[in-house]
Write a new protein. Structure first.
Length: 447
């Protein structure tokens, strides 16, 4: 998933419409035209008068033309939403913080025409979906890359003690990102140079796998995250845990994240045991509660990401676990860690293996998928049979090399990047467990 998205706008078919200089949206123009009449005390024009009829016809025509233009541009949402899947829209940087020598967090708010302050349908749809990203444009080079918004603090905050209340969050319209500056990288280097008050241009949301639907009634989601691959893991944790169970009770799923970084400084939110000992045992969640050492502090404690991790741990102590691995300290995610995470899940029910032709739960069908755009597949139904349907999920998210090492490389087929067969460490674990009759209902999602 971390593969650079080589969306080149220059010369492409999806050139953004001029965003800074174009006319305001039609609805806005109409409202401005009405205003002088009201100010002059003329009020709403009376029905039936020829002039008002002409105005109404004109307004109707304008609305029609507006709708046609939106359709021609291929836009799905209203023109005055803060995000569009087809146009780049302006946002202003409202906060920026370096959280490690190579990573920084950015918070951005809509700043273009029609930015308004009401809820954004596009954002609401994306958050309800779970996994999503936006493209950020480098305007000089006219190239764009995907970045994954961290969950909204309203959904995944620190129980209010981090100052991220609704007002601060601007009705949930503030987007926050963890960005790693890649040496020689075009867009990440450009972003690293921006300051509070500068503008950025975003397009989206782009919805990914529908994790809720693929999980169905299964109780385990295990994430192997490399570097900034933590962002989609937190999106999923927030979506599955903060929403509670479908019946309205506590969560019926457990989310375990195994987060690998090259350097200790990037292991944001990693607790340190009191008394100068290094970090906690990686599998500390499996210790009895009385055995867990007292926690003194966390790396990057003030970062948004650390706040969000702490919030999830506090709200869901029995359903959310995170373990840290650091290359520099000689620790890497091993098969034992993966097995432990898979075993420690909630999974109260043993679901039957999926029907091999089920588009939602069969590993064979997943392997062939041309993309991760599950939102466009909702008309295809699940064809599994049994008392419950679904699949426990093993998600791998990070740079290409990381995804390939743990889940096997994605495979290009007919011009599309498919999931490809599950290989690497996860392929080996699943094959070994299957021989023993275990883990027969797991899906591997490569993000
Ligand atoms: C769906 C999706 C979501 C993403 N979300 C995030 C996010 O939240 N935060 C984030 O920081 N990035 C994220 N990425 C990665 C991001 O889109 C860019 O690929 C990354 O910022 C590098 O882009 P660049 O233009 O700076 O580098 P480029 O100019 O594209 O690349 C320069 C060189 O660096 C290499 N390179 C690129 N990315 C990496 C990497 N991650 N590790 C090591 N080498 C690399 C390239 O192979 C190339 O050799 C996401 C990618 C996808 C597909």
């Amino acid at each position: 998933m971390r593969q650079p998205d080589k969306t080149v706008l220059r010369g492409g078919t999806s050139l953004p419409r001029p965003f800074a200089s174009g006319p305001p949206p039609l609805q806005h123009q109409l409202r401005e035209r009405e205003a002088p009449a009201r100010a002059a005390g003329t009020g709403t024009p009376k029905r039936g008068r020829p002039r008002s009829r002409a105005l109404l016809v004109g307004a109707g025509l304008c609305a029609g033309v507006g709708a046609c233009l939106a359709l021609l541009r291929g836009g799905g949402g209203p023109d005055n939403d803060i995000l569009s899947a087809t146009d780049f829209r302006a946002f202003a940087i409202v906060a920026r913080e370096a959280v490690s020598p190579s990573a920084f967090e950015l918070a951005v708010r809509a700043d273009g025409p029609g930015a308004g302050s009401g809820p954004s349908p596009a954002l609401a749809r994306a958050r309800a979906h779970g996994l999503w990203s936006v493209e950020v444009k480098q305007p000089q080079l006219q190239i764009a890359r995907h970045y994954t918004p961290l969950p909204s603090p309203r959904r995944c905050g620190d129980d209010g003690d981090d100052g991220d209340d609704d007002d601060d969050d601007d009705n949930g319209r503030t987007l926050r990102f963890l960005v790693r500056r890649v040496a020689g990288g075009e867009v990440s280097t450009y972003l690293s140079k921006l300051r509070v008050g500068d503008r950025v241009w975003l397009r989206g949301p782009h919805l990914g796998f529908d994790v809720g639907r693929r999980r169905g009634g299964a109780g385990n989601v295990v994430f192997l995250a490399g570097g900034t691959g933590i962002a989609p893991a937190l999106q999923i944790a927030a979506r599955l845990l903060d929403g509670g169970s479908e019946q309205g009770g506590p969560p019926d799923v457990s989310v375990s994240i195994l987060w690998a970084n090259r350097y200790a400084a990037d292991a944001l939110g990693r607790p340190q045991a009191r008394g100068g000992a290094s970090s906690l045992p990686r599998w500390w969640w499996s210790l009895g509660r009385s055995q867990v050492p007292e926690i003194a502090e966390a790396a990057g404690a003030d970062s948004v990401l650390a706040h969000q991790i702490r919030g999830l741990q506090r709200r869901h102590p029995d359903h959310f676990h995170i373990a840290y691995f650091v290359d520099d300290e000689g620790t890497a995610i091993g098969a034992r860690d993966v097995r432990l995470a898979c075993d420690s899940g909630a999974s109260p029910v043993q679901l039957p293996p999926a029907n091999p032709s089920c588009p939602w739960h069969s590993p064979a069908a997943l392997e062939q998928l041309p993309d991760d755009k599950d939102a466009g597949r909702h008309r295809e139904g699940c064809v599994c049979r049994g008392p419950g349907v679904g699949a426990d999920l093993l998600c791998v998210s990070g740079p290409d090399g990381f995804v390939a090492a743990y889940g096997g490389p994605k495979v290009w087929r007919d011009g599309a990047e498919t999931q490809g067969p599950v290989r690497g460490m996860l392929g080996q674990i699943l094959a070994e467990e299957e021989e023993k009759g275990n883990m027969r209902n797991w899906l591997v999602l490569k993000l």
